[in-house]
Design a protein around this ligand. Structure first.
Ligand code: F0G
Length: 486
């Protein structure tokens, strides 16, 4: 058998480092007040460990940085595009690869081309930009997730699966002519980063194709979905992530893809499809807003980075470490009794703040409050996936809460080590243990749409406001002390 170690470790070594930004609790409290208690409004230098998103935050490899140097910046027919196109085609099998600057550009072009007012686009769960792009066309974005997917504590290996019965009922009720395409988000970001099984993708594909409806994948995290299929779906245990990914794409007619996730790049994406007529119509839109067909809003060097990233992300050692380290963080929290979405999925751990702060009703934004406290106590930036981001506001000002109140700890790829994640676990446990002392929040300013990015908040209980102001004042005293000319 030979030498074996029980210590898991990152399958890379570090060539280039960045310092972390340490702050005091008082400084963080002052920063929160300045930011209107909105983590999106914090500056990156106010954050110690940034788990706001796994999007565009990956560390690139030395090979990617090297490839960028030879990027071909030709306006038309760039060699870097041809490389990017070849790799994307090999993995997806799609004939037409349209480069875009990021995922939502692919969404806007696709729905702007094939969707009309009154249409409905079913999915397991649409991500917020996907939903917004569909609704901007006057169409309906319909989430048809299996019931287990909506319950954080329900154990199911593929909580991202589409509810086939409801999909069939929707097709029969709404009519084929109202459904230009069906989508599946892999992995399901809005629903806990949960994977979709190959059996489900295949079944959705068969159902859609029986009715002549094309199936598109939102493939942002396709490699993580492939790995979770390998680990959780028996027939795939011995297949490579690349083969699994190729099979997933084989059931679809096209995809939208943000290279900021499983492209291991800081920017970029593509829209891909088989159909020539749709591709022609989408290409016209691409040229109108993104750029010519061989760069689509990207530099040649970006396409070099993505072409390599798409290959590196399918490496078994990489995926094994990625998914295992996310699971380790989840397991630490579970062992300490902190409820999370179970089992852990691909890119993030989702803390069930609704369950932890059961004394705070959804209308007082418990997940937002938890996320604010996690930053205040430990300098960790997370993101709310609850009623601020996903609640529905009616024209009369009343609000419908989101189905769950989660705090997402999204793990950037190849950026933080297990020691960083152990610190994160300690901090989440610390805040969860003191949950009873955390009160609700109210919104003091909000824009008409996508409010989570820019809204401002205040604590509901006067004592929370007072505590914060006191700490912030202590900070300005601290600052005076530091800034005083000597
Ligand atoms: N689809 C999914 C499933 C996503 O998670 C995202 C982005 C997009 C589409 C849009 O891609 O940002 O490149 O325009 N998710 C990021 C996140 C923002 O934090 O989860 P984009």
């Amino acid at each position: 058998m030979g030498f074996q170690s029980s210590h898991a470790f990152e399958p890379f070594r570090i060539k280039s480092v960045e310092p972390l930004h340490f702050t005091s609790r008082a400084q963080r409290t002052a920063a929160l007040i300045e930011a209107g208690y909105n983590p999106f409004r914090l500056t990156a230098e106010q954050v110690l460990i940034d788990l706001l998103t796994d999007s565009g935050t990956s560390a690139m490899s030395a090979a990617q940085w090297g490839a960028m140097y030879v990027g071909d910046e030709a306006y038309a027919g760039s060699a870097s595009f041809l490389k990017f196109e070849r790799v994307a085609r090999e993995i997806t099998g799609f004939k037409h690869i349209l480069p875009v600057h990021q995922g939502r550009a692919a969404e806007r072009i696709l729905f702007g081309t094939v969707c009309k007012p009154g249409d409905v686009i079913p999915s397991n769960s649409h991500f917020d930009t996907t939903r917004a792009n569909i609704e901007a066309r006057g169409a309906e974005a319909l989430d048809l997730l299996i019931p287990e997917g909506r319950s954080p504590s329900a154990d199911h290996p593929f909580k991202g699966n589409v509810d086939l019965e409801r999909l069939e009922a929707t097709i029969l009720e709404r009519g084929v002519e109202r459904i230009p395409l069906c989508m599946i988000t892999i992995t399901n970001n809005a629903g806990g980063g949960q994977p979709v099984s190959m059996a489900n993708i295949r079944a959705v594909s068969e159902l859609c194709h029986r009715h002549g409806i094309p199936l598109f994948l939102d493939a942002c995290r396709f490699a993580e979905n492939a790995w979770l299929i390998k680990r959780r779906e028996a027939p795939y245990a011995d297949r490579s992530p690349r083969e699994i990914a190729q099979e997933m794409f084989s059931y679809a007619d096209g995809c939208t893809f943000s290279a900021k996730k499983d492209g291991l790049a800081n920017i970029g994406g593509f829209l891909a499809m088989r159909d020539d007529a749709w591709a022609q119509a989408c290409t016209d839109q691409l040229i109108l807003s993104e750029g010519f067909t061989t760069y689509g809003g990207l530099a040649g060097y970006d396409m070099e980075a993505i072409a390599l990233g798409l290959q590196e992300v399918l490496d078994e050692k990489y995926l094994e470490d990625r998914i295992a380290s996310v699971a380790e963080l989840g397991n630490r929290l579970l062992e300490a009794g902190v409820p999370i979405v179970r089992p852990t999925g691909g890119h993030a751990v989702y803390v069930d703040a609704g369950a932890i702060l059961s004394h705070v009703p959804p209308a007082e934004y418990p997940a937002w409050a938890f996320s604010v406290k996690l930053y205040q106590e430990a300098g960790i930036r997370s993101v709310e996936i609850g009623s601020v981001a996903f609640g529905r506001r009616h024209p009369d000002g009343t609000e419908e809460p989101a189905p769950t109140e989660l705090v997402r700890l999204a793990i950037p790829r190849r950026v933080y080590t297990r020691n960083h994640l152990a610190y994160v676990a300690d901090a989440v446990i610390y805040v969860a243990e003191r949950a009873r002392a955390i009160g609700g929040m109210r919104i003091t300013y909000q824009p008409a749409a996508m409010r989570h990015f820019t809204a401002r908040f205040a604590w509901l209980r006067p004592e929370d406001e007072e505590e914060a102001t006191g700490a912030a004042e202590a900070d300005s005293a601290l600052r005076e002390l530091v800034d005083r000319p000597r």
